[in-house]
Design a protein around this ligand. Structure first.
Ligand code: PAF
Length: 276
């Protein structure tokens, strides 16, 4: 991968990278399409990164289907599907980790200790291996996007981070590889997530700016769904600092949720901001 990237760069080609953990869905494919439209070379990395899973989390359960993924990537015109092994990425004696402070303390960071350190470590390694000019991330993982933007700025990486919109199923559920854990009943129940976010957004549009009120709308709707077995958080945060807000101000806010339905930990978010 390193020698190919070197060759591409020497040839003056713009390299776009889509980092993934595989089991592709429309969300991944939309990132590949965007990269294909903007870059001469598109690299998709597929690596289920053990470092970003906690000991009680779903690393071993995480869905994998490399053959199917390879076909889908090929159909999108991806030049290289880069699938490193765990021992190549973290060989014996591996001891270096990247940590972004503050932005990783709230939201998912509070419930998944070590998760973002695992993400930033692997993403920086992928940046160094693939040497991309542009990297594409979905906004469903909003905190991840902000953490990586911060790392890229703080470490003076010469890389453009491109945020891409969340892709949803027809009934609103944000696409995620983890949706495959859901039974038919659970899958139906999961529509409650986006429904609750839209309801809060509608209330905000009508003039309500108090975070407490908006969060209570989401919490109330989620608690009304018996298959939601645990809510990690319903938070309203500043779109850049990710600090919790009491009031949605001029800069707007991100309303974000994380919860469990069955085995799946699902996250979603929506932007609350006056449309200009
Ligand atoms: O969003 C993901 O799929 C992963 O967190 C990423 C960015 C590929 C790092 O492992």
């Amino acid at each position: 991968m390193k020698s190919l990237s070197k060759k591409f760069r020497e040839g003056g080609e713009v390299i776009g990278l889509v980092p993934t953990m595989g089991y592709f869905h429309e969300g991944h494919l939309s990132l590949m399409r965007k990269a294909r439209g903007e870059c001469e070379r598109v690299v998709v990395s597929l690596f289920v990164n053990p470092l970003q899973f906690g000991p009680q989390e779903d690393y071993h359960l995480y869905p994998r289907d490399e053959d199917r993924d390879a076909k889908l990537a090929e159909k999108e015109g991806v030049d290289i599907l880069f699938i490193p092994s765990v021992s190549e990425m973290y060989p014996e004696g591996y001891a270096t980790f990247v940590e972004v402070k503050r932005l990783t303390e709230g939201l998912c960071g509070r419930f998944r200790p070590g998760h973002f350190q695992g993400v930033t470590t692997v993403v920086l390694k992928l940046f160094n291996i693939v040497k991309p000019h542009k990297v594409y991330f979905g906004m469903k993982d909003y905190q991840q996007l902000k953490v990586i933007e911060r790392m890229t700025r703080d470490l003076d990486l010469d890389i453009e981070i491109i945020p891409c919109p969340t892709i949803r199923e027809a009934d609103g559920l944000a696409m995620s590889s983890r949706n495959s854990y859901l039974s038919t009943e659970e899958r139906k129940a999961a529509t409650v997530i986006y429904r609750s976010l839209l309801e809060a957004k509608e209330t905000y549009r009508k003039g309500e700016t108090k975070a407490k009120v908006l969060k209570e709308i989401v919490g109330g709707i989620l608690r009304g769904e018996p298959l939601v077995r645990r809510i990690d958080y319903v938070e309203i945060v500043h779109p850049e600092t990710l600090e919790p807000l009491e009031e949605v101000g001029e800069e707007g806010a991100i309303l974000a949720v994380a919860l469990y339905i069955g085995k799946a930990r699902l996250i979603d978010n929506i932007l609350l901001r006056e449309e200009v």
